[in-house]
Design a protein around this ligand. Structure first.
Ligand code: HEC
Length: 208
């Protein structure tokens, strides 16, 4: 019984000391929140691993529709060029000045497109990533629009800058993707030739 008391007292006291040290660091302002003061390697590893595991677990039940039809890529390019290039470098493009100063830095999505399953990309677009600058787009954009952007990112590893620009121009010329964000999307969901609208239909159920 005596030993148990000693153990418990030690645990409580060390807990208090750790808590007080933590509070001391927080209240003294000693921790540097500057974006140009980077995390220790071990902290970075923990945050990175936690993000990857979290995205994988939370997206596990999402069923990706068929991706990569031409019209869908055009729609994805319309959204990407409007919503994403302020932070993520487009194929053949330059990183923005804002992105260069961000920490964590917005990754090159050609690499993510090669590495991440479509459902994980989609989940990241819908929900964003806490305390990183990556916004959640699920409130302003329809699942159809987010799958179109997902399809584009999956196609990035094999896409040249010229091919990307051609898609953006085609979107502008045809008005594809216009007025789709901020009010729930579906701007052109009823066009008869949109092959992907069939494939997104069965997927809407997941988000209903
Ligand atoms: C304001 C800046 C900002 C904007 C705008 C933004 N992102 Fe991000 N994004 C980030 C940052 C920063 C990260 C890295 C988060 C981290 O590492 O914790 C990120 C991460 C991601 C990831 C995860 C990549 C990976 O390899 O883990 C994807 C996918 C992504 N963004 C796609 C998009 C798309 C598509 C858009 C446009 C619809 C977009 N982002 C708009 C800042 C932004």
């Amino acid at each position: 019984m005596k030993t148990l008391n000693v153990v418990l007292t030690t645990l409580v006291v060390s807990g208090l000391v750790a808590g007080a040290t933590g509070a001391g660091i927080i209240y003294s302002g000693a921790y540097n929140v500057a974006a140009d003061d980077h995390h220790l390697d071990v902290t970075y590893w923990i945050l990175n691993k936690a993000r990857q595991r979290s995205v994988a677990a939370h997206s596990a039940d999402i069923q990706a529709p068929e991706l990569g039809g031409h019209r869908q890529l055009v729609q994805g390019a319309a959204h990407f060029s409007e919503m994403c290039t302020g932070c993520h470098v487009p194929p053949g493009g330059q990183m923005s000045e804002a992105a260069e100063g961000m920490y964590p830095q917005p990754p090159n999505l050609a690499e993510s497109g090669a590495e991440m399953p479509a459902r994980q990309i989609f989940w990241t677009l819908e929900h964003g990533i806490k305390a990183s600058g990556m916004p959640a787009w699920g409130k302003s954009d329809s699942p159809e629009a987010l799958w179109a952007v997902t399809a584009l990112i999956k196609a990035f590893p094999n896409m040249s800058g010229d091919q990307y620009q051609t898609l953006v121009k085609e979107a502008k010329a045809k008005g594809i993707g216009e007025g789709e964000h901020s009010h729930g999307g579906h701007g052109d969901a009823h066009e008869p030739n949109s092959r992907h609208s069939e494939s997104t239909d069965h997927n809407e159920g997941h988000h209903a």
